[in-house]
Design a protein around this ligand. Structure first.
Ligand SMILES: C[S@@+](CC[C@H](N)C(=O)[O-])C[C@H]1O[C@@H](n2cnc3c(N)ncnc32)[C@H](O)[C@@H]1O
Ligand SMILES: [Mg+2]
Length: 270
């Protein structure tokens, strides 16, 4: 796993879109200043790990509405979306796929949610807020497993700003190691909803850790993997679609900003 690989994949994918439809691309540039900035940077453009996550935190903290954001998850998410579309694009769920995730959480009502890849805490804030609202009197838990210690610092701060520190816990390190540790320490013995959103090359090996090695995905659990088309996770998709204990389908969603068509792979454990 390297962060550089992930950035490279994204860049190749966006270049394809640029080449495929110049007119649409230029319209998007006008709509999303952060994309325009990336277009101007050309091959030097980065999608993450270049200080933008720290700049996002500063943007939120110095936002005119920061006082209203305290204890208000929706407003924190809105400020992160504003940074991503207006300033610098972020590699999070964003304002289209967050609707899909919210629908799935509403339907599933998970008590234990684990994500591989937490970034600045966007998906963790979205999900923890919904889970707490659904089960106000029960212990619900979001475990956000993120490789980069500097991102876990940011997400911990944003989760606290949203008032969700009792629901969502961020853990630094490779997701595979962290989930093993959570199981060994008896903090997690099963997962209702696993969200896989870190590095496409690790989707399958880390799913196998959860499913086969640790056996924390019981019948009825849901596994959702993001970015199955953009940047793409064909090996993962083929595996889950052919697995006899999984029922899998793709759900369409847009990478934002830019409205690039993507799919989430949604797999039910049978
Ligand atoms: C697409 S972002 C996650 C976005 C987040 N789920 C959201 O929607 O708000 C992917 C993240 O995975 C992290 N990552 C990369 N390799 C990882 C690993 N082995 N374990 C955990 N996180 C990893 C990256 O540092 C990056 O922050
Ligand atoms: Mg993603």
């Amino acid at each position: 796993m390297t962060a550089a690989m992930e950035e490279g994949d994204w860049k190749a994918k966006v270049s394809e879109y640029i080449g495929a439809d110049e007119t649409a691309w230029h319209k998007k540039l006008e709509k999303y200043p952060s994309l325009k900035k990336m277009g101007e940077l050309g091959p030097d453009a980065k999608f993450s790990h270049d200080g933008r996550e720290e700049r996002c935190l500063e943007f939120v903290k110095s936002h005119a509405n920061v006082n209203e954001m305290r204890g208000n998850p929706a407003m924190v998410l809105q400020a992160i979306d504003e940074f991503s579309s207006q300033q610098e694009m972020l590699i999070n769920l964003g304002p289209d796929k967050n609707r899909i995730m919210a629908e799935m959480i509403t339907k599933e009502r998970p008590a234990v949610f684990v994500e591989f890849g937490g970034h600045v805490g966007y998906s963790a804030i979205l999900v923890a807020d919904l889970m707490r609202k659904q089960r106000p009197d029960e212990a619900v838990k979001v475990w956000s497993l993120e490789f980069e210690p500097r991102f876990t610092k940011i997400s911990t701060e944003l989760i606290a700003l949203a008032g969700l520190q009792d629901v969502a816990t961020v853990i630094a390190g490779p997701a595979g190691d962290s989930i093993r540790k959570l199981k060994a320490e008896a903090k997690v013995d099963h997962v209702d909803f696993l969200f896989i959103d870190h590095v496409e090359e690790l989707f399958l090996p880390d799913l196998k850790i959860a499913m086969d090695e640790l056996q924390i995905l019981k019948p009825g659990a849901l596994v959702v993997a993001d970015n199955v088309l953009v940047p793409g996770a064909p090996v993962y998709r083929e595996y889950v679609r052919n697995h006899e204990s999984l029922s899998s389908k793709g759900v369409k969603g847009l990478v934002m900003p830019g409205e690039f068509e993507d799919e989430l792979e949604v797999s039910r454990v049978l």
